[in-house]
Design a protein around this ligand. Structure first.
Ligand code: PLP
Length: 426
């Protein structure tokens, strides 16, 4: 409370804008923590929510079911990469990950291979703030105070091309960083339950954009060593990377996928962990000990499911993904020129996400990480101009709702150019 400015009192939202109590209009440049896709207070989503509230606001999802949950499960299965067929609902991104980890662990126990209970996760990973999700996340300022609670995981290199763990150059490398994952699988493969990744875009760990070959390679290695591949698409799902799901960039079907954030277009907390028949079959039994015992009070909340269905209608009826891809082109052009500034180390773009990694020196690539002091100063400078951004330390990024117009996106980039041009090397 002593290190941060007072929170912004937001009283309403419309499209890409948020409005404060004192009448300021602020462009939501990070989609309210990456959840909003179609803009704030969207009339179709509002209507779906109100209509569902008139019919059924909630019922427990143990021993009961309801049409919005069933319809949503069917729609998700039809949209997801082929082979993901069984949907388990929970509440948010972290619980989607907890469910994935518990399911993967029990899967092996149910099929008589209890020895497989370890997880491999990547450097720079972020999977959420609950204990299991924290364990598979890379240790960071978010989790360092809780190491007495977390469980150990095996950690493999991520394809952070700007700071290649092997010192190679992407233009000429053969995705050699996969060797680290392969090495862990070779050494520990028969103890490993699953490999968990954030496909194509590692978010809170620094907005790292992957070459799609890394994802394809991870799938191939999981197949080779018989390990489950868990795709955490909590951030990337629902169009953020220019495809409905990031796994599509490498034509990969994971064994387990975690969805949340954009699932309800950012309206209400809801998550889904979707698995293949292979995983589902391991739980389908006359023996109740094989049951997946996990449930939350608000599992499959009908209001959230109804909004999620209306959001999928918008994806179907309007050319939303086209819009995201246009945004990608706009970011590539508009942010690419920032590379000329001495404080800019790297510019990365994927779908509707534009990332600028700041350094104090382009040659040494030195930077202060998440606690880099420039972050809060930059956030304040943008806010003064009516733009809500929340840099991850030295990593500045934009991730607006997809309904942003070309003019609004151009304005946003103009603010970034202006503010960064005045910034001195740290
Ligand atoms: C990839 C990923 N997984 C999981 C989570 C956790 O989601 P939640 O904050 O909804 O618990 C996040 C949140 O940012 C995320 O980016």
């Amino acid at each position: 409370m002593r290190t941060r400015p007072a929170p912004l009192p937001i009283v309403s939202g419309k499209g890409v804008y948020l409005y404060t109590e004192d009448g300021r209009r602020i462009l939501d440049g990070i989609s309210s923590w990456w959840v909003n896709v179609h803009g704030h207070s969207h009339p179709l989503l509002n209507r779906a929510l109100a209509k569902q509230a008139e019919r059924l606001e909630h019922v427990m999802f143990a021993g009961c079911t309801h049409p919005p949950a069933v319809d949503l499960a069917e729609r998700l299965v039809a949209l997801l990469p082929d082979g993901l067929t069984r949907v388990f609902y929970s509440d948010d991104g972290s619980t989607a990950v907890e469910v994935a980890l518990k399911m993967a662990s029990q899967y092996w126990r149910n099929i008589g291979q209890s020895r497989r209970r370890r997880f491999i996760a990547l450097h720079h990973a972020y999977h959420g703030d609950t204990v299991g999700a924290m364990s598979v996340s890379e240790e960071s300022i978010f989790s360092v105070g809780f190491t007495s609670l977390t469980f150990p995981v095996l950690r493999a290199d991520a394809p952070y091309c700007y700071r290649c763990p092997l010192g190679l150059d992407r233009a000429s490398c053969g995705i050699d960083c996969l060797a680290s994952l392969e090495g862990l699988l070779r050494e520990h493969g028969d103890e490993v339950a699953g490999v968990i990744v954030e496909p194509m875009l590692q978010g809170a760990g620094g907005m790292l954009v992957w070459p799609h070959e890394f994802l394809a390679g991870a799938r191939r290695l999981c197949d080779e060593y018989g390990v489950l591949l868990i795709a955490d698409e909590v951030l990337t799902g629902f169009g953020r990377t220019g495809r409905m799901f990031a796994c599509e960039h490498a034509s990969v079907t994971p064994d387990v996928i975690c969805l949340s954030k954009g699932l309800t277009a950012g309206y209400l907390p809801l998550a889904a962990t979707v698995v293949s028949e292979r995983v589902y079959e391991a739980f389908l039994s006359e023996d109740s000990a094989r049951t997946f015992f996990h449930g939350h009070s608000f599992t499959a909340n009908p209001l959230a499911c109804a909004v999620a269905l209306a959001s999928l209608d918008i994806f179907r009826d309007e050319s939303v993904l086209e819009r995201v891809r246009r945004l990608e082109r706009q970011f590539r052009e508009g942010l690419g020129t920032l590379r000329d500034l001495p404080i800019v180390g790297d510019v990365r773009v994927i779908g509707g996400v534009g990332v600028i990694e700041l350094v104090s020196d382009q040659t040494s690539k030195h930077a202060g990480g998440y606690l880099d002091q420039r972050g809060p100063g930059l956030a304040a400078a943008f806010l003064e101009r009516g733009l809500l951004l929340r840099p991850l330390g030295n990593v500045l990024y934009v991730m607006p709702p997809y309904v942003i117009t070309d003019e609004e996106a151009a304005w946003m980039m103009e603010q970034i150019h202006d503010v960064l041009a005045q910034l001195q090397p740290a």
